[in-house]
Design a protein around this ligand. Structure first.
Ligand code: ATP
Length: 358
């Protein structure tokens, strides 16, 4: 019997609600499968912790989770704390030192969900966006001087390294090759950004040479937004920089029906450190505590977590259960135009786990 230890970090806002739903579903699934166990350790890091301790996580926080098999993360953000503190103090404080350089975001229109794109059918929108997650525009390089004076100046330098670009390109080509269409779009902006983005393009060509069976093309990020809306069926796997993919994947989540559904994985492909799985949405304080947060994004993230652990049959069972539940409008939360509550969706997925695959 395999035993996995999972670090659960609910964070802020609706993070607590969706992560407790995720833990419930994963626990039921492990019991149903019977060939592995999941032990969860809970960490109360985030905005409330910051208010008490002046930091988002303890100084030895990473030591406490570095031996876990995976991390299930909710959301970090607090109305009273600047976003750059909550982001850099928790999520990025884990992602960067744990070298989770590949951020993977699948997007599909699940059964029963309506895309805002008229006429789009389920299979016509089936994408995976790979986001470079360790450098680029969010490398943290820059500075601010002469604050409060008219001479004040600030810079954010986008830093791209050959090693960083090579590894994300290789990861994306590999992922594209593993999918049926073997199709990759490399997003760029090398017309306006003539240094790093030109290197990005050159490295794409080099790495493409290692993957002759993958069909690929290159697209400027502005044109890519149009293509996502106008010709979604021409896209399969996408690789883009930290900033570009951040924006494109929110667009993708909206086109798939709701931010509440979309999952993401922050992967350390070499497995030197644990990888982290989280819904794409933020802390959504406007609906916090009302019991109406859509937990599907967390459940789908749990599917990715199980795939990463190598528990493919369990991952397939959970995905089928999710699709069964989204197909039934009685289990749509208000963000999907329904009236279901978080607990209704959670209970329905657990019920479906027992039906799916059996
Ligand atoms: P943050 O600052 O942490 O990114 P935010 O509130 O600015 O958080 P999101 O949480 O990403 O941004 O969400 C934007 C809106 O989408 C929310 O106000 C909420 O109404 C809706 N939303 C997001 N996630 C969910 C969810 N899981 N279920 C239901 N509605 C959601």
């Amino acid at each position: 019997m395999k035993r996995y230890r999972i670090a659960a970090i609910p964070g802020d806002g609706i993070g607590g609600e969706v992560i407790s739903a995720g833990v419930e579903v994963l626990t039921a699934l492990a019991k149903r499968q019977g060939n592995f166990t999941l032990a969860f350790d809970h960490f109360d890091w985030g905005g409330a912790y910051y208010k008490k301790h002046g930091r988002m996580m303890p100084a030895n926080g990473r030591d406490l989770i570095k031996s876990h098999d995976a991390i299930l993360f909710g959301s970090a953000g607090h109305p009273d704390i600047p976003d750059h503190i909550t982001l850099w103090g928790l999520r990025l404080a884990i992602c960067q030192p744990f070298d989770q350089y590949a951020n993977v975001r699948p997007t599909r229109v699940l059964p029963g969900i309506t895309s805002p794109l008229r006429h789009v059918k389920n299979r016509e929108l089936d994408w995976v966006i790979v986001r470079e997650n360790s450098e680029g525009e969010y490398a943290g390089v820059g500075g601010r001087v002469h604050q409060g004076s008219p001479l004040e100046a600030a810079t954010d330098v986008a830093m791209f390294t050959r090693a960083g670009v090579e590894r994300i390109m290789r990861f994306a080509f590999k992922l594209a090759r593993s999918r049926p269409r073997k199709l990759l779009t490399v997003v760029t902006k090398s017309n306006a950004q003539r240094h790093a983005m030109v290197m990005w393009d050159e490295i794409a060509v080099e790495i493409a040479g290692e993957f002759p069976d993958v069909t690929w093309d290159k697209m400027l990020v502005d044109a890519m937004t149009m293509r996502m809306v106008m010709k979604p069926q021409t896209i399969d796997t996408v690789v883009a920089t930290n900033l570009h993919a951040d924006i494109l994947s929110d667009l993708a989540a909206a086109l798939a029906g709701s931010l509440g559904i979309a999952p993401t994985a922050n992967l350390n492909p070499e497995r030197t450190f644990p990888s982290m799985f989280e819904p794409i949405h933020g802390s959504a304080f406007d609906i916090m505590g009302r019991g109406i947060a859509n937990p599907i994004g967390t459940f789908w993230s749990a599917v990715m977590l199980l795939e990463h652990l190598g528990e493919q049959p369990a991952a397939d069972r959970l995905m089928q259960a999710i699709e069964r539940v989204t197909a039934d409008a009685r289990f749509h939360t208000p963000d999907l135009g329904g009236r279901a509550r978080t607990i209704d969706v959670t209970a329905a997925v657990i019920d479906a786990l027992h039906g799916a695959n059996s």
